[in-house]
Design a protein. Sequence first.
Length: 317
Amino acid sequence: MGRKPGSVVPLKGRPVQGFHAWVRVYFSHLVRQWEGRTMSGFTQRLEKASMATKSLVCVGLDPDPARMPVPDVFEFNRAIVDATAALVCSYKPNLAFYEAMGIPGLEALQKTIAHIRSAAPTAIIIGDAKRGDIGPSAQAYAKAMFQVWGFDAITINAWGGQDTVTPFLEDESKGVFVWCRGSNPGSADFQDVQVAVEDESSVPLYRKMALDCQEWNTNGNLGLVVGATVPRQLQDVRATCPAMPFLIPGVGAQGGDLEAAVRQGADSRGRAALINSSRGVIYASTGADFAQAAAREADKLRSSINQVLEADGKGWS
């Protein structure tokens, strides 16, 4: 028989009743309090990057030779970075686009990372790789992303549980964003499924992911990816994890609600959020003015975000 929509899928594990359930809730509360008072090396760097440009904007660098107005990937990225460096706090190269071009693509990625370090030294560089494995394989991925490529943060897929997350968390100066609730419609196929938790209630799988990530966040460098296209789920996850940094894709080309993304995705101070736009910025023009058009779109996005923050008394001054 197939599972009925909305039915509860039980999770295996030892039963927790009475006192044990109370202990879990109590210590989860302590973790939330601790997260609210302290910052890790990574969250301090993220705060510094945002303050430097008064921006929560992250620009996704997803080069597509079929859409780029210039043939050279690095020159395309370089122009985008130079035009937007004063407007954004982060850049997010999606490794798929570079890997698809083979060795030349990887060489362009290497030069892009080096150029961002020079042109935007405070910016956080996120390797959007969505890696997910266990044991030596996960350790090798962590070494590749952080030591070889030198990313400040990466995205990972935690489908394999804590074993797929822990190897990436050892260096508290490096951020790890777990794919929690996607911006794509198909994310609901799995991420919205109701699952039973230890206190015998049921929650959507994405919230179970958020709860567990909060427990695993002992170094303070774990964050979550939650889409701007699902504001109700974004609000739910922020209420569950009030202090963790969020990477929020889905504004721009995917049509996410920007105002809701800011209000539901940022923390109580209006910080700890990276609001990402990729195609909406880098392909704002297919002409010779592509870099200037990207700057206009990045500035427009930053201004729109800051207007929401200021209206809520959470501006940068």
